[in-house]
Design a protein around this ligand. Structure first.
Ligand SMILES: [Zn+2]
Ligand SMILES: [Zn+2]
Length: 251
């Protein structure tokens, strides 16, 4: 079984301090087979990480764009996304052969806006599991299933101990980034697994952001890592791990 985290932030995001080297080190430690770095508004962090990853690990180049209708992630990118208009963001991602994703759909998506329905029609994938968003209810999952989109999972890690908390699981052997892209697009993944992180982790990110924009001088920063034990637990006892949610991609 291989597992991938599709949403990680590096120091290239103003609210994260994770150096690309740290990300690669932790990803190995928590036994991820690959990850997407999706910094706010830039692919620079993802490019830096992709240069450092060992050949056994798949690095996906991505970024997260804050649009008026919510956060949209682009995966498998080659170039920066220039526009901030929600529908144009989707077009730009597709134009690069990328996969567009509604990030943490249960947190911050402007679902009451009529235009969001258009986003839902055009988007390739929905990040259903995010360790920084509420876990989906059965009703919410039913609603998303009707949309027939690709389901993804990402930790939205801004701190080392969040990396790998939400993962997409693939049963077949994936050898490179193109194979992973095809597996996702053909809905060939096995399932999603994840766990909600601690609330104060999000508070730390906002303190980091404030410090880096000139409002604070002291940064709390630790390098604790909880992900490895969690992953071993999930692997050995997939559906019954306490506090861990498992969803097949067919839901
Ligand atoms: Zn976001
Ligand atoms: Zn994010």
């Amino acid at each position: 079984m291989m597992s991938f985290d599709f949403h990680v932030h590096s120091v290239y995001s103003l609210d994260s301090l994770m150096h690309p080297k740290t990300i690669v080190k932790i990803a190995k430690k928590v036994m991820l087979n690959g990850l997407a770095v999706t910094d706010h508004s830039t692919i620079k962090g993802a490019l830096a990480v992709s240069k450092l990853t060992p050949s056994s690990m798949i690095a996906i180049v991505g970024c997260e764009i804050n649009t008026a209708l919510g956060h949209v992630t682009g995966l498998f990118l080659n170039e920066e996304i220039r526009t901030r208009n929600p529908l144009d963001v989707l077009d730009e991602i597709r134009g690069q052969g990328g996969v567009s994703v509604i990030a943490h759909v249960f947190k911050g998506s402007n679902i009451k806006n009529e235009k969001f329905k258009e986003i839902l029609t055009k988007i390739d994938a929905i990040e259903i599991l995010s360790s920084r968003a509420p876990m989906p209810s059965a009703e919410a999952i039913k609603g998303l299933k009707a949309l027939n989109k690709i389901s993804l999972a990402g930790s939205d890690a801004h701190l080392p101990y969040e990396i790998g908390l939400c993962r997409l699981l693939v049963k077949s052997e994936i050898h490179d980034v193109e194979e992973l892209r095809k597996t996702i697009l053909t809905k060939g993944a096995y399932g999603l697994v994840g766990k909600i992180g601690l609330k104060h982790w999000q508070a730390i990110s906002s303190i980091v952001w404030r410090a880096r924009t000139g409002n604070l001088s002291i940064l709390p920063y630790e390098s604790l890592c909880l992900g490895r034990d969690l992953w071993l637990d999930i692997k050995h006892n997939l559906k019954s791990s306490k506090d861990v949610i498992f969803l097949g991609t067919t839901m």
